[in-house]
Design a protein around this ligand. Structure first.
Ligand code: UD1
Length: 424
């Protein structure tokens, strides 16, 4: 199994370009099922989750080809394929995003219950209840969801709690429903706004995406469109945190500050200098780091997808920082690995108390999920000596060419084909 070998400490210094957002690209790809096409998407990051979604779409009969940076998807008539099998869905929870478009366009779908990161139970009950509110008949059997509807009908649905892919799934389904749909208590992430922009280009009538209430007036059919996905705010945040943690300086080209506000506020408060421009965002840190508490929450709260990386940063702050994880119930798996590198972190339910600063020392650690892996890479760059991060297939799900980007920033990070038998 491939791993990263990191030799630290390093100071991150230089410029990096943001990749397209994985979490915007996944629903954009699924949207190709909504029309005969073609749908032309650019800015898709070269990461494993995107390859998995394209494979799934291929299985569902969507033809895709690459023309330079543009991926051209054509669902065509789409009358036969409605089955998303376990083998494809198990590695990626976001596969559930094909459910809404398939039911809306074909009138039926059979999708395996998803797998994905081991960061909690993560049910899909809201996706299903929402489809039922639009008139679909939903059944769960043998690990599969089957949904049917002659034609979906607009309705009112209130999410019990905001869900990102749930909001996206229903937004896509409602585009082709008869009549008007009102979704309430929706997730407000920038990726949802981006999907609405794409759907509108395809001819959908959507208002309010990015707010708590989204209204969609169904249309008979959607058409072809071209779209570039927004930059990846989680990738950008990860690189900013890398520079902050190593006392370095970075310019991230393509960063949209407004979408990163909750992180930027904490970085500024903890002693980093930030400067936003039309082309990107610059961060530097020269002085000590101050501890700052965070509480993860749906957007515009602090993103749970940056919690692990922020925790790595707080190990270098002077004093105690408390991190409260409210979105997922099992998202502290990086803590025991950070402890192996010398971090002093105590967990109490949904709270992690980080005491710093602790000098980190290189160790063998194991990635457990996508963002936990990124946290260990940051810690490895700040730590003295050699760190081996195992199971980086998790990282490859969501970070495009991470080792190359970090090398460009001066880090000593190498991808090894297998874990060395003995740590140096
Ligand atoms: C998306 C992101 C993921 C991010 C997460 C939260 C994508 C592809 N993935 O995941 O990177 O970590 O948002 O920002 O965009 N829930 C239910 N019932 C449901 C759906 C969700 O109880 O039907 C719960 C989940 O268990 C979780 C919370 O709602 O506790 C938020 O999950 P959700 O927003 O749905 O996450 P994803 O859309 O899967």
């Amino acid at each position: 199994m491939e791993c990263f070998r990191i030799v630290g400490p390093t100071r991150i210094r230089g410029e990096v370009t943001a990749s397209g957002a994985k979490n915007a690209a996944l629903p954009a790809l699924a949207a190709s099922l909504l029309s005969e096409g073609p749908l032309e998407l650019s800015g898709l990051p070269a990461v494993r989750d995107i390859r998995t979604m394209r494979q799934l779409l291929g299985h569902l009969g969507v033809e895709s080809e690459e023309q330079g940076e543009v991926v051209r998807l054509q669902a065509g008539e789409q009358t036969h394929f409605d089955d998303a099998p376990y083998e494809l869905v198990k590695t990626m929870r976001a596969s559930i995003l094909v459910l809404g478009p398939l039911v809306a366009r074909l009138g039926h779908a059979r999708v395996s219950l998803p797998g994905g990161c081991a960061i909690g139970v993560r049910p899909i009950d809201q996706h299903l209840a929402g489809l039922e509110a639009l008139g679909a008949e939903v059944q769960l059997e043998h690990g599969y969801v089957s949904a049917r509807a002659h034609r979906l009908t607009g309705g009112v649905f209130r999410f019990t709690a905001p869900t990102v892919t749930g909001t996206e799934n229903l937004m896509m389904a409602a585009c082709l429903a008869r009549g008007t749909t009102v979704l309430q208590n929706c997730a407000r992430e920038p990726e949802i706004r981006d999907l609405a922009t794409l759907l509108r280009k395809m001819g959908a009538h959507i208002e309010g995406a990015g707010s708590e209430r989204i209204e969609i007036e169904g249309v008979e059919r959607l058409t072809s469109a071209s779209h570039r996905v927004i930059p990846d705010r989680i990738e950008i945040g990860t690189y900013l945190l890398a520079a902050a943690m190593t006392g370095g300086e970075i310019f991230v080209r393509g960063a949209i500050s407004a979408d990163l506000a909750p992180l930027l506020e904490k970085l500024a408060a903890s002693g980093c200098d930030l400067e936003a421009s039309n082309t990107g965002l610059r961060l530097s840190r020269a002085g000590d780091l101050k501890p700052r508490d965070i509480l993860t929450a749906p957007h515009p709260g602090f993103p749970t997808d940056l919690q692990a990386q922020y925790m790595a940063l707080m190990t270098q702050a002077t004093g105690q920082a408390t991190i409260c994880e409210t979105v997922f119930e099992n998202r502290f798996q990086h803590v025991s690995e950070l402890a192996r590198m010398g971090a002093d972190i105590r967990i109490n339910g949904a709270f992690a108390h980080v005491h710093g600063p602790t000098p980190l020392s290189g160790a063998r650690v194991m990635a457990t999920d996508l963002r936990a892996s990124a946290c260990l890479v940051l810690a490895g760059m700040a730590a003295g000596g050699e760190t081996i991060v195992g199971r980086i297939y998790h990282l490859d799900r969501g970070y495009e060419q991470m080792e190359l980007k970090l090398q460009q920033l001066g880090a000593r990070v190498q991808r090894l084909p297998a874990e060395p038998t003995r740590a140096a």
